[in-house]
Design a protein around this ligand. Structure first.
Ligand code: ZN
Ligand code: ZN
Length: 640
């Protein structure tokens, strides 16, 4: 390769800050002959200026195209890369082996396999395959597009393989869940005398994390260190992401702290990966700390990290914070809008969610299937049946989104809650996708609320096939029979449950106090301050009675989560969490609790009273939605 060639190559594939002064000087030298573009490009790294010069150039040669396409690709402007490439081809110019890797990179990042294949044809026709960089980029393109067989074919034919090619194969297999193949390549690479670098290790770790194999990812993380390789921010982030996605939120948070103790600074991707774990645990203290960290490091304007934070505030019960942050974001994409809309939905502000949806369309941000899940669920929580139908049609007709099973479950929920049970059943029978347990579960729940035995039985039959091990369905059906006074059938369902050895899923609640998450199971005696908690509950009992609270014995009978005895004694786990929250924080501090199951009617009433007696705002996020209790009323207006 000529000096000019290698210099241009380096400039096109390396980030500007990483270019050595010598390279920069060489580049300037190469283009000195009136090629202002290159000089500008080199001097200020300002793509806009460079593009302007490029557009004004009277004559463009192969080098100017190489520089502009390489520059655009380096900035990650993939669509623009392809556009320039087509423009160049349209002029009858032949792309060289410097341009092709940039274009393939664009195809890889846009997942445009067809375009990549066309370029592959061009490469073969022009015998460019022998170029190591071209072949490597081709392997990477196929691997990123998930076309691993094609990637392997190119890879096998390469006379020399660089680390990029090996890493692309490893990463491709790992991300595709083909761990055996990934490991095989990993070992083969070492047999050929190549030492895995940080990218290799990170590709493997990310691949395993991505497919939910966190234990394997962790093993590799340790192996990497034994091999003398120090994990970097990318390695830690991949690991954290894996644990967050696998709902191991505590572990994700723990790793996030360890990473900082190891002297590494989280970047915006790390932050966006750990925030869902905070949301899951309602770890508001951590979330606020991360928010400060983001602000200090300028990540709060990052669209992904910012959106993740909006989502986290929403899920931690801080709708106001979520909205303020959302308003301050410079750039907002569909993910950001989805975060704020779903926050309004979860908090039961159906109208607010719909208003945001209009605003989103007004700002020409395209809604996706997630937006519509939120919108339909907003209609459901607010009891807006007609509007729900309208959005369902709008989604299909104007946005060309075919209803997923989630959308259908929202519709069944919407119709069921509003008491249109027959309509809900008809909707299910006309569904284009196979109804899942959420759909039938929605109908069963609605049958319980509206006391429809016939449809309830039918829904339950489907559920017993779809999820035979889920005790909650049996309990719901037996409760429907019990309420209808049909004790014979009720007994049969209970027997069936016993025969299958099913136990109700234990209720569990969490509350964060001073940056520590405390867990309470029903009838929990393990907490160090349990005595205090029970005496608090005891002392409330009298006051509550005076204030007019009558325990709803009905819910003892229908209790989905736990034992009758425990319930009468102290109530469900959320009561322990609320009491602990109140005794451990100063007066006026809002209490935020999450529960794994749906909150029951009695606890809902109980919490309303507590919010008034203790003059505290209490947020309860259950398996379904948010309840915001203040001064004796709940944000859901008892429709949930
Ligand atoms: Zn309860
Ligand atoms: Zn409520």
């Amino acid at each position: 390769m000529t000096l000019a060639g290698s210099v241009v190559r380096q400039a096109c594939t390396t980030s500007f800050s990483a270019l050595s002064n010598q390279t920069l000087m060489n580049l300037a030298e190469i283009f000195k002959q009136g090629n202002k573009l290159a000089i500008l490009y080199v001097k200020c790294a300002n793509l806009e200026d460079a593009q302007q010069v490029f557009n004004e150039m009277p004559q463009r040669n192969s080098l100017s195209w190489t520089v502009i396409i390489g520059g655009v690709a380096k900035q990650g402007q993939w669509h623009e890369t392809l556009r320039l490439f087509h423009q160049m081809r349209g002029l009858g110019l032949q792309p060289n082996n410097f341009i092709i890797p940039s274009v393939l990179k664009a195809c890889a990042n846009l997942m445009s396999l067809q375009e990549g294949k066309d370029i592959h044809d061009y490469i073969v026709r022009n015998k460019l395959e022998i170029d190591l960089f071209v072949a490597s980029a081709l392997v990477d393109m196929y691997a990123k597009c998930g076309s691993l067989d094609c990637a392997r074919q190119v890879f096998n034919k390469m006379p020399h393989r660089d680390l990029v090619a090996w890493n692309s194969m490893i990463s491709g297999y790992a991300h595709n869940g083909q761990d055996a193949e990934a490991l095989e390549i990993f070992n083969e690479m070492q047999r050929e005398g190549l030492k895995p670098d940080l990218i290799t290790w990170n590709a493997l770790i990310a691949g395993y994390s991505h497919t939910g194999k966190t234990a394997e990812a962790m093993k590799l993380f340790n192996q990497m260190q034994s091999a003398g390789m120090k994990p970097d921010t990318v390695s830690w982030t991949a690991l954290i992401q894996g644990y967050t996605q696998s709902a191991c939120s505590n572990k994700a948070l723990e790793l996030f702290c360890q990473m900082q103790q190891a002297g590494l600074k989280p970047n915006s991707v790390t932050v966006a990966s750990v925030l869902p774990a905070c949301a899951n645990l309602v770890a508001l203290g951590y979330s606020r700390e991360i928010h400060c960290y983001m602000a200090r490091n300028g990540f709060d304007s990052d669209v992904f990290a910012g959106s993740a934070l909006v989502d986290t505030y929403g899920k931690c019960g801080c709708l106001g914070d979520a909205h303020r942050l959302f308003d301050k974001m410079h750039q907002r994409n569909t993910v950001s809008w989805n975060a704020i809309i779903s926050a309004y939905t979860m908090h039961g502000h159906g109208e607010g969610a719909l208003k945001l949806f209009y605003q989103m369309q007004h700002e020409s941000i395209m809604p996706d299937h997630i937006t519509f899940t939120s919108i339909l669920s907003a209609c459901s929580h607010a009891g807006l049946v007609d509007e729900g139908w309208q959005y369902f049609e709008l989604m299909k007709q104007e946005h060309n989104i075919s209803p997923t099973v989630e959308h259908c479950a929202c519709m069944v929920d919407l119709l069921g809650r509003a008491g249109h049970l027959k309509e809900a059943y008809e909707f299910i029978s006309k569904m284009q996708v196979e109804p899942d347990a959420c759909v039938w579960g929605g109908l069963l729940g609605a049958c319980k609320v509206h006391g429809n035995v016939k449809l309830g039985e039918r829904a339950a039959q489907h559920l017993f096939v779809l999820e035979p091990e889920n005790a909650a369905n049996y309990v719901l059906l037996s409760n429907i029979f019990a309420e209808a006074g049909n004790w014979v059938e009720e007994g049969k369902v209970r027997k069936m449950m016993e025969k299958r050895g099913l136990k109700k899923r234990p209720g569990c609640s969490w509350v964060e106090v001073k940056n520590r998450v405390h867990t309470f199971k029903v009838g929990d005696k393990s907490h160090p301050q349990i005595e205090e908690i029970y005496s608090m509950l005891q002392s409330w009992a009298g006051e509550m009675k005076e204030a007019g609270y009558v325990p709803d014995s009905n819910f003892v009978l229908q209790d989905v989560d736990d034992d009758e005895k425990e319930h009468i004694l102290c109530g469900h786990s959320e009561r322990l969490a609320i009491a602990f929250g109140i005794i451990s924080t100063c007066h006026g501090t809002p209490i935020r609790v999450i529960k794994n199951l749906r909150v029951c009617g009695d606890c809902h009433t109980y919490t309303k009273f507590i919010s008034k007696l203790s003059r505290r705002e209490i947020f309860v996020r259950d398996g379904v939605r948010f309840h915001h209790f203040r001064d004796g009323v709940c944000s859901c207006r008892d429709y949930w």
